[in-house]
Design a protein around this ligand. Structure first.
Ligand code: GLU
Length: 281
């Protein structure tokens, strides 16, 4: 299959130097492989996504010298694909509705067993309070979770290849690690068509992505994605997790960190070459 990678920002704020770095790395990997670079708009959280941020993404990336095929995939238009994936997992008996709120989860987890990890890629590992509920019990405000204790044993010899320098090599994803370090992740969030994990896996497969390029902040999520790919019968791409751009204090840049926004540098007269230099490219 032809090499294909992507930059997948969420239009919830201005792109900053860290996004520029990620997009430039993905485009360079594609160019080097003689492959394709795609842009995908991850607007699954409609309560936080704004059309003006999306417009700014297109503008900033074009200004940086990047181009990509259109039309661009938008997660807000992909509900049917997410529902099909969810139906498959539900038919396999692997999903359940959960009505716990954050405070319930904190309370249930407040008596930690010694030696058991408390936090996974999505924060506190779900203690399993609602695990015995079935899809038929679902209430309108419930989230949908993956029953990892049932799902993980179905996965045999799972592994993925990382090409980035930080974690370079082949990594096994074991059933034990999925149960212990990940747990029952959310597949559908309240008020959303899907969770980040499910949508990114379904979309990468739909776009024939052969390399997922993204920041090292998503490294922990990769085992979740590889597990979902296997459960859904999808190909496992290779991964390139790059280092993160940090501010002078060593803190990684956040969306609200407007001072580092590409648009702010542009307004101050910086050139695309200046941005490349600032991120060390
Ligand atoms: N949409 C995610 C973000 O903006 C990135 C998703 C990914 O690269 O897998 O952080």
């Amino acid at each position: 299959m032809q090499f294909c990678t992507r930059f997948a920002p969420s239009p919830t704020g201005p792109l900053h130097l860290g996004h520029a770095y990620s997009a430039l790395i993905a485009a360079a990997d594609a160019a080097q492989a003689g492959g394709r670079f795609l842009l995908r708009i991850e607007d699954i959280d409609q309560s936080r996504s704004r059309p003006e941020w999306e417009a700014q993404i297109f503008e900033d990336l074009a200004w940086l010298g990047l181009d990509w095929p259109t039309p661009v995939m938008r997660q807000s238009e992909r509900t049917a694909a997410y529902q099909a994936a969810l139906a498959r997992l539900t038919d396999m008996g692997l999903t359940y509705p959960c009505r716990c709120r954050r405070a319930d989860i904190e309370a249930a987890a407040s008596a930690p067993q010694e030696g058991v990890p408390q936090f996974g890629p999505d924060g506190r590992i779900y203690p399993g309070t609602c695990r015995a509920r079935t899809p038929a019990d679902a209430g309108p405000d419930d989230v949908l979770r993956l029953n990892m204790e049932k799902a993980a044993p179905l996965l045999k010899d799972l592994q993925f290849t990382e090409v980035g320098a930080l974690y370079s090599g082949t990594h096994a994803v074991t059933a034990e690690a999925l149960i212990r370090d990940v747990g029952d992740i959310i597949l559908v969030r309240r008020g959303m068509a899907s969770s980040y994990h499910l949508s990114v896996v379904v979309d990468d497969a739909a776009q024939n992505i052969t390399q997922v390029t993204r920041g090292a902040d998503l490294w922990e999520a990769t085992q979740v994605h590889v597990a979902l790919q296997a459960l859904l019968g999808l190909a496992v791409p290779q991964y390139h997790h790059h280092d993160l751009i940090r501010d002078a204090a060593g803190k990684r840049l956040a969306k609200r960190d407007d001072a580092r926004a590409i648009a702010t540098y542009r307004a101050a007269g910086a050139s695309p070459a200046d941005i490349r230099k600032m991120v060390g490219l």
